[in-house]
Design a protein around this ligand. Structure first.
Ligand SMILES: Cc1cc2nc3c(=O)[nH]c(=O)nc-3n(C[C@H](O)[C@H](O)[C@H](O)COP(=O)(O)OP(=O)(O)OC[C@H]3O[C@@H](n4cnc5c(N)ncnc54)[C@H](O)[C@@H]3O)c2cc1C
Length: 282
């Protein structure tokens, strides 16, 4: 299938991109194009105008300080290959390694994956687990949106049509924090049928996060599991509790797996990920 005719504009700056988005035409942002272009080619999306933000210098930086700031034009491969990210935000590196194949990660952006919010995507779950904050900009100004409030449902976020994501910030993980990122997919590089991003804190158990993806409408906190592990250091989870939690999930059947299989995978993944995160606590 071929896409229908559309206009393509390469934005020179953030202001230029915002101006182009505010014209009233059905304009969409193009970052790495790894989700947008397949959608256009399959006519699942038919915007009038594509606004390419990939060469805007202001969006191209990775800043490392007390937090990690990733600009909206930074690719997943650039983040995964950054030495400070590997040492200080290893969950990001681990999750990016699971996204498609190297050519996808060489073009796809971290912020694009967040804005797209595919329910099977790794990075929205990581953003919720690590309490990331998304920065967006429009003619009305700049907004900081905590990941907990950013993801609204399947392929849906709290972004307005005229707003672009300019960056995402990941705070420094707490000292002694344990983490794990696990997913199950039919073959390496396939979208996950279920996955989990887990963060456990020795000093502040209330800040524990167990986030699953692939089994709902986007990244979902497993609050039943979070509550249960708050007051114990046992790395294993009670199987009855895991069954009760599994019964709260409502994934849908797709070409990769049935809903039933996804729930079974999610239960196994959560058990493994919690044990792995416990093992990493210091
Ligand atoms: C073969 C294949 C395998 C893949 N496997 C996986 C996988 O295993 N896991 C996974 O998570 N993804 C996978 N992907 C998708 C890939 O990771 C995409 O890169 C990612 O989902 C979107 O990033 P992008 O920069 O390419 O965004 P684009 O495709 O350019 O955009 C995606 C959507 O987000 C919007 N958008 C992008 N950036 C912004 C912004 N800054 N502000 C506002 N809106 C924005 C666009 O308008 C569009 O609606 C795969 C893709 C392919 C083709």
């Amino acid at each position: 299938m071929k896409p229908r005719a559309l206009d393509y504009v390469r934005a020179r700056s953030i202001d230029h991109a915002i101006e182009l988005l505010s014209t009233g035409a059905d304009a969409r942002v193009l970052a790495g194009g790894q989700s947008m272009m397949p959608a256009i080619n399959m006519r699942l999306a038919s915007p009038d105008v594509l606004i390419d933000i990939g060469r805007i210098d202001e969006l191209r930086s990775i800043e490392v300080g007390s937090h990690l700031r990733i600009g909206a034009a930074v690719t997943q491969a650039e983040v995964a290959g950054h030495p400070d990210v590997l040492h200080r935000w290893p969950m990001l590196t681990a999750a990016i390694a699971q996204i498609g194949q190297p050519p996808i990660r060489n073009r796809g952006t971290v912020c694009g994956s967040l804005a797209h919010n595919d329910p099977q995507a790794e990075l929205p779950a990581v953003a919720v687990a690590l309490e990331a904050v998304v920065t967006s900009q429009s003619r009305r100004g700049t907004r900081s949106i905590p990941a907990d409030e950013f993801f609204r449902g399947t392929f849906t976020t709290s972004l307005e049509d005229d707003e672009i994501v300019t960056a995402v910030d990941f705070p420094e993980p707490a000292l002694g924090q344990g983490w794990a990122f696990q997913e199950f997919s039919q073959q390496p590089g396939d979208l996950a049928t279920a996955g989990a991003a887990v963060v456990l804190n020795r000093r502040e158990a209330a800040a524990n996060r167990v986030v699953v993806f692939g089994v709902g409408v986007g990244p979902t906190r497993a609050t039943l599991i979070e509550e249960a592990i708050r007051y114990t250091t046992d790395p294993s989870l009670d199987p009855q509790l895991v069954d009760r939690w599994g019964a709260t999930l409502s994934p849908f059947d797709d070409a990769h797996a049935s809903a039933h299989t996804k729930v079974q995978h999610a239960k196994q993944i959560v058990v493994r990920a919690v044990a792995e995160a416990r093992g990493r606590m210091s």
